[in-house]
Design a binder for this molecule. Structure first.
Ligand code: IFM
Length: 439
């Protein structure tokens, strides 16, 4: 893909890499609380130290620059930069200021996610995303941060993957805060999206030259049985995973079928004017894609996930299916008339990587990335406006409920020594990007 202005980057998120959870006035987040609870995270891992990026940020920026990428996608930890009363925490703010400055000095563009799941615990204590007030607190936080870093950010994403926050966090309890009720999930989703919409005017006012958008995780659902009920199951899967988020954002409405067929009785409380706020225009949509699921009817009005046999899978157990990314992008363009320009804000693979004689042979990752680059190129050839691609992730990190066991990085982390080792995939990416410079 030698398209001149296409942006290539790598991505991370605050809680997954920073560590230093009590440094410089940082407040506890819901992930500190959740991971401290026995049985919630594999091997009882927590983000307490993670990749120690909070102390190693300078050399980590050098590492990013050494890959030859154009951009870095990072997230800001809300509990680091604001106190309980909503006042700025200068020491936390200064950390990101230094980081953004150094990225700029290295010629890297800065894509900043404002919320990648680390909600301040004191807000969860008042109901978290179930409390409408959290959406307003979020817009105040965004106002503070965008005033602070005006002119230092190329693109702001309000939320990362509201589906995960709402469904995994409040619907089934696999993520913080660990609640399990579908009615909670739909209400949390509504408040997350409301927070996104409320934050947009602050971004526009405070940093008008930066792009504004949001990041959604999307999933491809197909079925191996061609019956009408099974096809409907696959459709409902995509409705639940993709259109639950994209519908409100791009059409100003929740998709038909969600609150009647799939989750009867789980309509969130929506106040007059909310959908207009949520549907405010955005400059870009970030898409995170990882895998496909095989669906069959559950015999009622829903779907069941029936894993296919004999397909290639990653360390997460996720099927490798690049065609799904192409299909989804083309499908979104057909379905959403006002689809904004797209960035692939995450795509990547976990593998059980080991350092042997100083080398990490992660050939499955190289192959995975190449096949997904091709899928994006095909979608672009089919007319989808994709502007960039970020590999998840720069380095191995805290993979939420799976702790440190699952390794998504281009760079291997030895958690005992914090040594960083470029995997073969990092070197392949560097060579690929260097080749692009020549064309
Ligand atoms: O690690 C996560 C990331 O935080 C959000 N998107 C999916 C990744 C892999 O599970």
């Amino acid at each position: 893909m030698a398209r001149r202005d296409f942006i290539w980057g790598v991505a991370t998120a605050s809680y997954q890499i920073e560590g230093a959870v009590r440094a410089d006035g940082r407040l506890p987040s819901i992930w500190d609380t959740f991971s401290a609870e026995p049985g919630k995270v594999l091997h009882s891992d927590t983000g307490e130290v993670a990749c120690d990026h909070y102390h190693r940020w300078e050399s980590d920026v050098d590492l990013i620059a050494s890959l030859g990428v154009d951009a870095y996608r990072l997230s800001i930890a809300w509990p680091r930069v604001m106190d309980e009363k909503g006042r700025p925490n200068r020491r936390g703010l200064d950390f990101y200021k230094r980081l953004l400055d150094r990225l700029a000095a290295k010629g890297l563009r800065r894509f900043v996610t404002l919320y990648h799941w680390d909600l301040p615990q004191h807000l969860e204590d008042r109901g978290g995303w179930l409390n409408r007030d959290t959406a307003y607190r979020f817009s105040e936080y965004v106002d503070l941060v965008s005033r602070e870093y005006e002119g230092q950010v190329d693109a702001w994403a309000t939320l990362n993957e509201p589906w995960c926050s709402a469904y995994l966090g409040y619907g089934i309890g696999h993520h913080a805060p660990g609640l399990a009720n579908i009615r909670y999930a739909t209400q949390a989703m509504h408040h997350l999206l409301l927070g996104h919409g409320l934050a947009l005017p602050a971004l526009e006012r405070n940093d008008p030259r930066a792009k504004r958008g949001i990041v959604a995780n999307v999933g491809r659902g197909t079925t191996d049985r061609n019956t009408p009920a099974d096809c409907e199951a696959a459709r409902l899967y995509e409705l639940q995973h993709n259109d639950w988020v994209l519908g409100p954002l791009l059409k100003g409405e929740y998709p038909a079928g969600l609150f009647d067929t799939l989750w009867p009785g789980s309509l969130p409380l929506v106040l007059p004017g909310d959908m207009e706020i949520i549907g405010r225009p955005i400059d870009f949509l970030g898409i995170n894609y990882y895998f496909r699921s095989n669906l069959r009817s559950d015999g009622a009005h829903g779907f069941q996930d029936v894993p296919l046999e004999g397909v290639e899978r990653t360390q997460m157990g996720w099927e490798v299916y690049p065609q799904g990314l192409q299909d989804l992008l083309v499908g979104f363009k057909a379905r959403y008339a006002n689809l904004p320009p797209i960035y692939i804000t995450e795509n990547g693979i976990a593998s059980d990587d080991q350092v042997v004689d100083g080398e990490v042979d992660d050939s499955q990752r190289i192959s995975f990335l190449n096949r997904h680059f091709a899928a994006v190129a095909n979608a672009m050839d089919a007319g989808v406006d994709v502007r960039g691609y970020y590999v998840w992730s720069l380095m191995d990190n805290f993979e939420w409920a799976f702790g440190y066991e699952r390794r998504f990085g281009l760079v291997h982390i030895n958690y005992a020594t914090q040594a960083r080792t470029l995997k073969r995939s990092a070197k392949a990416l560097r060579a690929f990007l260097a080749e692009r410079e020549k064309t």
